[in-house]
Design a protein around this ligand. Structure first.
Ligand code: SIN
Length: 521
């Protein structure tokens, strides 16, 4: 029986575990905290798929490729959009009660979608509904679940033809004990890395553990320069996300003087691609001395806001704002990692035995900027494909094929690994690292700032991974170095990677290339 070790308890990990168990594998799932804690749980907007008669997979593809600024992989996007509707129906079978109106499933609009196609649950609690349904489903399967167990490193041994293969993982349990777990397939589903930044919408588990461990093991990683910054986090402690769906319902952005400014920036105004809106907010804040801009949802009315966005209504009011009467202060915050472990279309990484699914994977569907509400979909679609591939493995991994999908050479080298003589380095300080990343590797970057960040990062040493905090700090330092190296290597702007010293490739400068069959969509 194939032994599968799944690492991560969000939608991608739960899906991979459930479907691998369904396929007859022996499955163990480990999560860093309790099972339900992941980025998935906080997803507000919903899940996008071409489910409605006025929509099509080709149209969803065109929107996804457009948002990706010409760097999304056509085949990966095709898979995402073609298989997406079936995965949403699977979610319904798993027990997710998507919101319904008189004529069937309710749907919302978000930025850069040409159709209202985002289905949601509990108004703004889609992620929580999906997480709860999948946690219930996995508990009904014969899956061993180890909570409070963290990935430290992958175990690598010579495999077929002497090529390195992943054969398991080193794990750290809640008591601080290291255990070795062997498996035929290791599925990384460790989510994002928003905690690299001082301001983020991500929960504190989002420290990029899987990507860092995969890189240390020698797997290819790619596109780490593409971090998505969400334009509207509430400017309050913890920067909670205010879903783009609020703008989809008609809320607008205003500067401190009350002027609506997005109409001057992009024809789609507040519903322009997320990177465009985030940068416009960032610049407007700079122009008004750092003061947050305002999200004005007052036209939506008290009753509608409470009914359509019950969770957000609570959060905003708990922070002392009555958003039905006054515009609320918002600021950009790190939200999503487009890059990660480079995979093929079945979630295979470049090392035999290793798979990556969900936010920690770089499948190529997002290019330089993810289309809103495509992340839950990506996790479901590619976790399903990975589970099928694991259950019927090909004789050898498709080493190198992921490079075909890689817009830029994957970062393998060029990032300093710990030197033998580390004595000149001082232990990394997480808050200082997050501040450095925010300042120099944030919404706008340039050569000088990136070079400065690189030098600062090189002066820090990683702690030995003896507990969760130190293991995370090691991962954050590795990822920060990789991200800076990737951002330095990509000299021209593209999507969410905006180089002020070469903005030529930024959205608006050139239309992204679309496949001929999509031009007509
Ligand atoms: C949001 O609700 O604005 C976030 C959804 C997403 O990141 O796709």
């Amino acid at each position: 029986m194939t032994r599968v070790l799944v690492i991560g308890g969000g939608i991608a990990g739960l899906w991979a575990a459930v479907r691998s168990a369904d396929a007859g594998c022996s499955v163990e799932l480990v999560t860093k905290t309790e099972l339900a804690e992941s980025n998935t749980r906080y997803a507000q907007g919903g899940i996008a798929a071409a489910l409605f008669p006025d929509d099509s997979a080709a149209r969803h593809m065109a929107d996804t490729l457009g948002a990706g600024a010409g760097l999304a992989d056509l085949e990966a996007v095709r898979v995402l959009c073609d298989e997406g509707p079936a995965r949403v129906r699977d979610l319904i079978r798993f027990g997710v009660a998507f919101d319904r109106g008189d004529s069937g499933l309710s749907r919302g609009l978000e930025a850069a979608h040409s159709r209202a196609r985002i289905v949601h649950a509990g108004g703004d609690a889609t992620g929580a509904a999906i997480e709860a349904a999948l946690v219930g489903t996995v508990r009904r399967r014969a899956v061993r679940i180890d909570e409070r167990t963290m990935l430290v490193d992958l175990l690598v041994e010579p495999g077929h033809g002497g090529r390195p293969a992943v054969v398991g993982a080193r794990l750290l349990d809640g008591q601080g004990a290291i255990t070795l777990r062997r498996a035929d397939a290791v599925v990384l589903a460790t989510g994002g890395n928003g905690r690299l930044y001082r301001h983020t919408t991500n929960p504190d588990v989002a420290t990029g553990d899987g990507v860092a461990a995969a890189w240390r093991a020698g797997a290819a990683v790619a596109d780490l320069e593409f971090t998505q910054f969400h334009p509207t986090a509430l400017a309050a402690p913890g920067t909670p996300l205010i879903s783009e769906a609020v703008r989809g319902e008609g809320a607008v952005l205003r500067d401190v003087a009350g002027r609506r400014f997005m109409t001057e920036v992009h024809p789609d105004a507040e519903l322009a691609p997320r990177d465009v809106v985030a940068r416009a907010v960032w610049r407007r804040m700079a122009a008004q001395g750092g003061e947050p801009v305002r999200l004005d949802a007052t036209a939506l009315g008290e009753e509608f806001l409470a009914e359509r966005f019950p969770g957000l209504d609570r959060v905003v009011r708990d922070d002392g704002f009555d958003w039905s009467r006054e515009p609320v202060p918002v600021t950009p915050a790190a939200h999503y990692a487009m890059g990660g472990v480079a995979t093929d279309l079945d979630g295979r990484a470049s090392l035999a035995g290793l798979y990556a699914v969900g936010e920690c994977a770089r499948t190529g569907v997002h290019g330089a900027n993810r289309l809103a509400s495509n992340s839950l979909l990506e996790a479901a679609v590619f976790a399903e494909r990975a589970a099928r591939a694991i259950a019927s493995p090909v004789s050898s991994p498709v080493v190198g094929t992921h490079d075909r999908h890689t817009a830029q050479e994957p970062v393998r080298d060029g990032v300093s690994r710990p030197r033998a003589d580390d004595s000149s380095r001082v232990p990394v300080d997480r808050a200082a690292l997050q501040a450095l990343m925010w300042e120099h590797v944030g919404l706008e970057r340039d050569e000088q700032g990136l070079a400065e960040a690189s030098v600062r990062l090189d002066g820090w040493s990683a702690p030995a991974p003896v507990d969760r905090r130190s293991a995370e700090d090691r991962n954050l330092l590795d990822l920060a170095r990789l991200t800076v190296a990737a951002a330095l290597a990509r000299r021209a702007s593209a999507g969410a990677h905006f180089r002020t010293d070469d903005p030529s490739g930024a959205p608006g400068a050139a239309a992204p290339a679309l496949a001929p069959e999509l031009e007509a969509a």
